[in-house]
Design a protein around this ligand. Structure first.
Ligand code: FAD
Length: 406
């Protein structure tokens, strides 16, 4: 019997899930893709209304001048290359165009219900084989439907993580999270303390410095050794805001600032799921236990796609107990290696083995070695030339080789 599948979200993960469901007409009905906005692309659809709307109403954290931090040769879906005439590092508009064209090529659009929000997903029968999905449209009209499986593809870069900072309420300037940052001009001539020196923290600091903001880049990483542009000064972690509004750093220095910009990442949030009912623990930085980072062992027809930013095929619905044991073993192994709770879903160099094991299990070709070696090369270049690593262009020559273009 054909299965009915619901997909929550029409970003990259949801489109990818829908494409693979559509490719198996002998197993599945065409999916129902629920998308709360009126477009595909999710994160990649730049939304300039940030600041005008309540931050809960803004899904995308994309900023105006963002260029990808991975080359297109590594970012692409393996079976759907970007236009070969494009540079390797792309402005966000190109990625959005790419996702629209992916959607068109695979004829996914007719299966998307735009401006419809999934409000509740819950298992309905004892065998846990079916799901009740409640959604509502713009007019507030609610609908509840039955599905055999649900793919959760709602993204995890929308809900800001703001660390606890004693005395934050004393700060007299503007407090902002990178989720709502769009462009640098309004910060020209202002002093900004940027918290966090990962991808967004570094990018945004450089954008701010370019328009003449005075940036203090505060982070707890080892001191950055590459040259930072003039206008950016490094500092230790922010530990508190004093009663007089000055920011205090770990090294006991203090500074006034006009803006406190949190580039401190995002938290996982799935308001339409009841974690307890699913046997899951959903905290700010973890969702567990998830078998192979994909599905709760107790509910093997609920899939989390893209939770580790990796394209997923159909996993194997196998013995529930075995899956649970494996999921817990994997987790324990990470904890015993000293991996912090909030880093449990960070794969980095583990991603190659992870992808290979999925490919072996589902019998599809593994990622080619060139993607792995180019990814590593770009990570290296980003470390040593954070300002201009995006100037380079690459070309994949074969499964194992790539070269520098130009
Ligand atoms: P999203 O793109 O967030 O899509 C989720 C979709 O689900 C949205 O359309 C949303 O409207 C919908 N949705 C959510 N809740 C509901 C609901 N209840 N009902 C119905 N619909 C719902 N990745 C890279 O590979 N390279 C990069 O250079 C890169 N740069 C990035 C820069 C920034 C600033 C950010 C924030 C992310 C970046 N990423 C990058 C990661 C990026 O998020 C992924 O590439 C990808 O977009 C994730 O896709 P997704 O489908 O999982 O989530």
């Amino acid at each position: 019997m054909l299965q009915r599948v619901a997909v929550v979200g029409a970003g990259a993960a949801g489109l990818c899930a829908a494409r693979h469901i559509l490719a198996r007409p002998n197993r599945f009905w065409p999916p129902v893709v629920f998308e709360l906005s009126d477009h595909v692309g999710g994160t990649w659809c730049y939304d300039e209304r940030a600041g005008m709307l309540d931050d809960k109403q803004v899904h995308s954290s994309m900023y105006r001048d963002l260029r990808t931090n991975l080359p297109k040769e590594v970012m692409m879906f393996p079976d759907f290359p970007f236009d070969s005439g494009l540079n390797s590092f792309l402005p966000h508009q190109e990625v959005q165009r790419y996702l629209e064209s992916y959607c068109l090529s695979h004829d996914i659009r007719p299966h998307i219900r735009f401006s419809v929000m999934v409000e509740n997903v819950k298992p309905v029968d004892e065998e846990r084989a079916r799901w009740e999905v409640t959604s509502s449209d713009l007019s507030g009209c609610q609908k509840t439907e039955l599905f055999d499986a649900v793919f959760v593809c709602s993204g995890h870069y929308s809900e800001p993580h703001i660390p606890e900072i004693p005395g934050l309420e004393n700060f007299k300037g503007q407090v902002l999270h990178s989720h709502l940052y769009r462009f640098a001009e309004p910060f020209s001539g202002r002093s900004v303390v940027v918290l966090g020196a990962k991808a967004s923290g570094l990018d945004i600091s450089m954008e701010l410095a370019r328009v003449g903001a005075k940036v203090i880049l505060s982070h707890r990483r080892p001191r950055l050794t590459f040259p930072l542009p003039c206008g950016i000064q490094q500092s230790s972690e922010v530990v508190a805001v004093e009663a007089d509004g000055r920011i205090r750093f770990q090294d006991d220095s203090r500074s006034h600032a006009d803006v406190l910009m949190f580039c401190t990442g995002y938290v996982y949030k799935f308001p339409f799921l009841d974690a307890g009912q699913l046997g899951l623990e959903i905290h700010d930085h973890t969702v567990s236990p998830l078998y192979r980072y994909l599905l709760p062992p107790a509910f093997p027809s609920l899939f989390f796609i893209g939770i580790c930013k990796i394209i997923c095929p159909f996993p194997n619905f196998n013995c529930q107990a075995e899956m649970e044991e494996e999921a817990r073993r994997e987790l324990q192994e990470k904890v015993s290696r000293g991996v912090e709770q909030r880093h449990l879903l960070v794969l980095d160099q583990d991603q190659w083995d992870y992808c290979r094991s999925l490919a072996d299990a589902a019998n599809f070709p593994p990622l080619c070695p060139a993607v792995c070696s180019l990814y590593k090369e770009v990570a290296h270049q980003r470390q040593i030339h954070p300002q201009n690593y995006r100037m380079r262009n690459y070309r994949l020559l074969s499964d194992t080789e790539w070269e520098l273009r130009d």
